[in-house]
Ligand binder design. Structure first.
Ligand code: G6P
Length: 604
């Protein structure tokens, strides 16, 4: 989603803004622009398409100045075009925005009646012109007057022609940080944008306004009082935000999974048993039902979590898409229900809204989050961090694996507390979970085999993933990965459900990726595989070593090493991620920046 960067300092800002924007490309965008305060006032250059278009235009325009703002836009209101790109403003100010102004039409009409002329279809332009309307020479007063009128979410960085040494920054429900360095200060949507210059930053709270100057940053609350902010230090360095010799971030991140798993599991072990020292001892007391709520890949991790928690802890679990949960009037019981939000970014708008709904109903909330200090981590009652490090590729990989690890640890912890299974069994399963980084390493060493399978499927128009139980949960993630980055149409089906409709789509040569890693369901899966095979499907089978009749039922196959079947989704997803990666690569797609997708979805 939209990315913001601003710089005020000793250096010429155009190059710093372009560099910062390039580090935000991973968020997903379709146009970009910058505004610089020059001697002739504010000058703005914006272009549809990739950053290189903007770079060329900025070079021609020769923008000289050391205070400016930049933006990568992910279109919501109005098509991707030069006109709709940010920054927006007037001769007096220029503004970049991440979020959605819900009442922009009303504001626009009010301003049009007062003579303002609009150039774009965006909601953002209404906010920019509203601030201009409120501006009588004092930017802080203008912001304070305008902000209460705006409904929706925003992170803004604004420059005023009358104040060449200042950037004004404010946020509500969309992320924004202020970066601090010896050579100037920054505003940014995310740490990678500023990491090249500094690791020190401030987090803004809702409706706090930061006045960012070359040598100081002053933050005010809504009432105009000064607020002292804690200076934070990003715990990852440039290396984490660069490709480190890999051709794509996605491949790098797939390979980082063993480390991410170790980093996430190890701190949660005590004497060979799972324990979350970050949670109060009585946190799970009296829980009779769990709601796991998330979006996209994170929701798929929740599906695996449900299987594990119900099986081992005996607690009923509902898994919901956050965008559905928030509008379906869930029946929440504050005393006995636990709300678990899973989110890599900690900023997903629907997940945040779902969390707020659960909190408003008085339910205990726990979030599983990768990004430290993100909004969801700050607003949840308790947080379990995953330690995947920064994930840059739009298609989530290592974040999912560590979410699985936390789901398993949670299931085993709850099983222990509930005494659902013996301590000895929990100990055995925990030891097996600890072996998963090694098992993933074994799969990674066999990348060639997966490349070979991808080559056989690369020309497919449609591809089906089928599985039962845990394998069905995993199928959904495999299918999402494939369509996200290779653009092959794909669906995941509960294998037993095929005959109720989807099998009509299976014809000669259609690839069916069958996941059959669970002993109790293996024979059932063979039956389903035979059904698709009889209709001409090209079957790829994911199974565990020593499974029966593989050669007879599958055209291609991949055997996971012998292991506890509960944890098969961890190495299993590595296979499916690499499969999607190679399909995307072989089809010439932009692996790390798939069309239309955004990494961090900060609008509803
Ligand atoms: C976007 C990303 C997905 C991610 C989903 C939820 O759609 O492209 O990779 O799974 O958002 O994001 P979250 O940050 O809440 O896990």
């Amino acid at each position: 989603m939209c990315g913001i960067v601003g710089y005020i300092g000793e250096r010429s800002c155009a190059e710093i803004l372009l560099d910062g924007l390039s580090k935000l490309e991973y968020r997903g965008y379709d146009s970009a622009g910058i505004s610089v305060l020059t001697e002739e006032g504010i000058r703005t250059v914006k272009r549809r398409g990739r950053l290189q278009n903007l770079r060329g235009a900025v070079e021609t325009a020769k923008l000289t100045g050391n205070c400016g703002i930049g933006h990568t836009r992910w279109a919501t209101h109005g098509e991707p075009s030069d006109r709709n790109s940010h920054p927006h403003g007037t001769g007096r100010l220029s503004l970049v925005h991440n979020g959605i102004i819900e009442n922009y039409l009303g504001i626009r009409e009010m301003l049009e009646r007062r003579g303002y002329v609009f150039e774009s279809e965006t909601d953002t332009e209404a906010a920019a012109k509203l601030i201009d309307f409120c501006y009588k020479g004092d930017p802080l007063a203008a912001l304070r007057e305008a902000l209460p009128v705006l409904r929706g979410s925003y992170a803004f960085s604004v420059i005023f022609a009358d104040y060449p040494g200042k950037i004004f920054a404010v946020r509500r429900d969309s992320p924004l940080i202020v970066g601090l360095s010896e050579e100037g200060n920054f505003t940014a949507s995310d740490i990678p944008a500023i990491l090249r210059y500094t690791r020190r930053y401030l987090l803004l709270d809702t409706d706090e306004i930061a006045v960012v100057e070359r040598e100081r940053v002053t933050v005010f609350d809504v009432a105009g009082n000064r607020v002292e902010k804690e200076v934070k230090t990003a715990d990852f360095d440039m290396g984490a935000a660069e490709k480190g010799g890999y051709p794509h971030f996605m491949l790098k991140e797939i390979h980082e999974q063993p480390k991410a798993l170790r980093d996430t599991i190890q701190p949660r072990l005590e004497d060979g048993l799972p324990r979350f020292s970050e949670l109060p001892d009585d946190f799970f007391d009296g829980i009779t039902k769990i709601y796991i709520v998330a979006c996209g890949t994170a929701m798929h991790a929740g599906l695996v979590g449900r299987c594990a928690i119900e099986r081992y802890a005996g607690i009923p679990v509902e898994v919901d898409l956050a965008s559905e949960f928030r509008y379906r009037e869930p029946l929440l019981d504050p005393e006995h229900h636990l709300f678990v939000c899973i989110t890599q970014s900690g900023e997903t708008a629907d997940s945040l809204a779902a969390l707020r709904l659960a909190k408003a109903r008085g339910v205990r909330t726990l979030s599983v989050v990768n990004v430290l200090g993100s909004t969801i981590s700050r607003e949840s009652d308790q947080v379990l961090y995953t330690y995947a490090g920064p994930e840059i590729a739009v298609a989530s990989t290592k974040a999912y694996s560590v979410q699985l690890a936390v789901m398993y640890l949670l299931a085993l912890r709850l099983a222990l507390l509930r005494k659902g299974i013996s301590e000895e069994e929990v100990r055995r399963l925990t030891a097996e979970l600890c072996r998963m980084p090694e098992v993933v390493e074994q799969v990674l060493a066999r990348e060639d085999e997966i490349h070979h399978i991808a080559a056989a499927c690369q020309n497919a128009h449609d591809l089906f993933f089928i599985g039962r139980g845990l394998d069905y949960a995993l199928s959904q993630e495999g299918s999402l990965k494939l369509k996200e980055i290779s653009y092959i149409h794909s669906e995941a089906y509960a294998a037993g459900e095929l005959k109720h409709g989807t099998i009509s789509l299976v014809t000669d040569g259609v690839p069916v990726f069958a996941l059959a890693t669970q002993d109790a369901l293996y024979e059932k899966m063979i039956g389903n595989i035979k059904e698709v095979k009889a209709r001409g499907a090209q079957v790829v089978l994911l199974h565990r070593e020593k499974a029966a009749d593989v050669g007879k039922i599958a055209d291609l196959s991949f055997a996971l090493p012998q292991m506890e079947e509960l944890f098969c989704p961890i190495p299993g997803v590595t296979v499916l991620q690499l499969f999607a990666y190679y399909c995307s690569l072989l089809r010439g797609c932009d692996v790390d920046k798939p069309r239309n997708l955004a990494k961090s979805v900060t609008v509803e």
